[in-house]
Design a protein around this ligand. Structure first.
Ligand SMILES: *Cc1c(COP(=O)(O)O)cnc(C)c1O
Length: 384
């Protein structure tokens, strides 16, 4: 079976993990955690990076730190992995789903603007310093829209300039689900650096992997401190068990950070390989009946997971699997999941459902051989 997306362990992983085991620094404190954070911060061009045990924990904490609380709303694209919405729910907030674009598969900013214009109104409250601050409220629920979470689906991005302009106009805080987008840029800026906070995942199928792991990035020192504080049980004293709020045990352990450091050393190589595979697939497969994700103008994607859009999705999946090629359909749209049935879904033509019923992710691992990539192309071409 040619796998869909598997880790590529071909650098210093063994050596760094052995170092942890030899020295006994295997747990939540250790030099690799700091080093991994420094490497992510340097690569993405932010001031601070805070490691977390996975991308979902990073998303949850980022939302909490951004001020999302009980009874609030968070705007999320309707096509995403369920973890985005779970993080919203952990904060006691309810998502508002916005439909996606038929070609880029990112949140439709046209629809977003229409929603904000027609279905929200501006309100104000006084902050701790006694200043009046404005926010946007939903016209039906009269609840605050505390944040918007763009998701850089498959490493592509929406037009971030336009999104930022909209968010300024409507006083919306951006928390980026950039978990799939390590190595992606919009203009000169790395994914995850447009919002107040950005997040990464190092799950087994992501572009680099620590088995399980995550990261929060930000340029705001106080938010970074807060993130680190909350990932480590909000302890205030290194000796006494004193804690000043309800924290979490969300810290990434040193032994996994060691894998992360070794993976970061290989990221440029992984990005190059992903790009070469993507080009090969597009050159040999693109036709009137088979499309790839359209890359938004201005975006340089990391080409994380190669995905095709076809008319006979079920037939193609059957054909691929029977030829030993692993593939996956896209996520079930968020509005179709049972626990999300009552949430608002803003759409005109339910593009999400069309994307769900036509897209298939195909082998994308950086350690695929050229022969395997050619085999995938041959099998797809042979589908009648
Ligand atoms: C992978 C992923 C996450 C969650 O990351 P984990 O590390 O698996 O918790 C969240 N959102 C999206 C879009 C993802 O692809």
């Amino acid at each position: 079976m040619i796998p869909l997306s598997v880790p590529n362990i071909s650098g210093n992983e063994w050596q760094y993990v052995k170092d942890c085991l030899d020295t006994g620094w295997i747990s939540s404190v250790g030099s690799y955690v700091n080093l991994f954070e420094e490497k992510i911060a340097a690569f993405t061009g932010v001031k601070y990076a805070v490691a977390a045990m996975n991308g979902t924990a990073a998303l949850h904490l980022s939302l909490q730190i951004a001020g999302v609380g009980y009874g609030d709303h968070v705007i999320v694209p309707n096509i995403t992995f369920v973890a985005s919405c779970n993080a919203v729910r952990y904060c006691g907030a309810d998502p508002i789903f916005i439909d996606v674009c038929p070609d880029t598969w990112q949140m439709d900013l046209e629809l977003l603007e229409e929603f904000l214009c027609k279905h929200t109104y501006s309100k104000s409250e006084y902050n701790q310093d006694g200043e009046e601050v404005f926010y946007t409220s939903n016209l039906f629920t009269h609840r605050k829209i505390a944040a918007i979470m763009p998701v850089h689906v498959l490493g592509n991005m929406a037009n971030m300039n336009r999104l930022i302009d909209l968010c300024r106009k409507y006083n919306l805080t951006i928390v980026e689900d950039s978990t799939e987008a390590l190595g992606s840029y919009f203009g000169e800026k790395h994914a995850g650096t447009f919002g107040l906070l950005g997040t990464f995942s190092f799950n087994g199928n992501k572009i680099i992997s620590t088995g399980g792991g995550g990261m929060i990035i930000t340029d705001d020192e106080s938010l970074a401190k807060k993130a680190k504080h909350l990932t480590t049980q909000a302890k205030t004293d290194p000796f006494e068990y004193h804690h000043d709020e309800t924290g979490y045990n969300y810290r990434l352990v040193n032994i996994l950070a060691a894998v992360g450091v070794a993976q970061m050393e290989q990221l440029p190589k992984f990005l190059e390989r992903k790009k070469a595979i993507d080009q090969y697939y597009r050159e040999h497969l693109e036709s009137d009946h088979l499309q790839f994700q359209k890359i938004t103008e201005g975006c340089t994607p990391n080409n994380w997971l190669h995905t095709i859009k076809v008319t006979d999705q079920k037939g193609m999946i059957k054909h691929l699997l029977s030829n030993n090629i692993q593939c996956r359909p896209f996520w079930v749209p968020m509005n179709q999941l049972p626990m999300h049935k009552t949430y608002l879904y803003y759409q005109h033509r339910d593009i999400s459902n069309q994307v769900y019923n036509s897209c298939i992710s195909i082998p994308s691992s950086t350690n695929l051989t050229d022969a395997q990539v050619e085999e995938v192309v041959r099998v797809i071409q042979s589908f009648k």
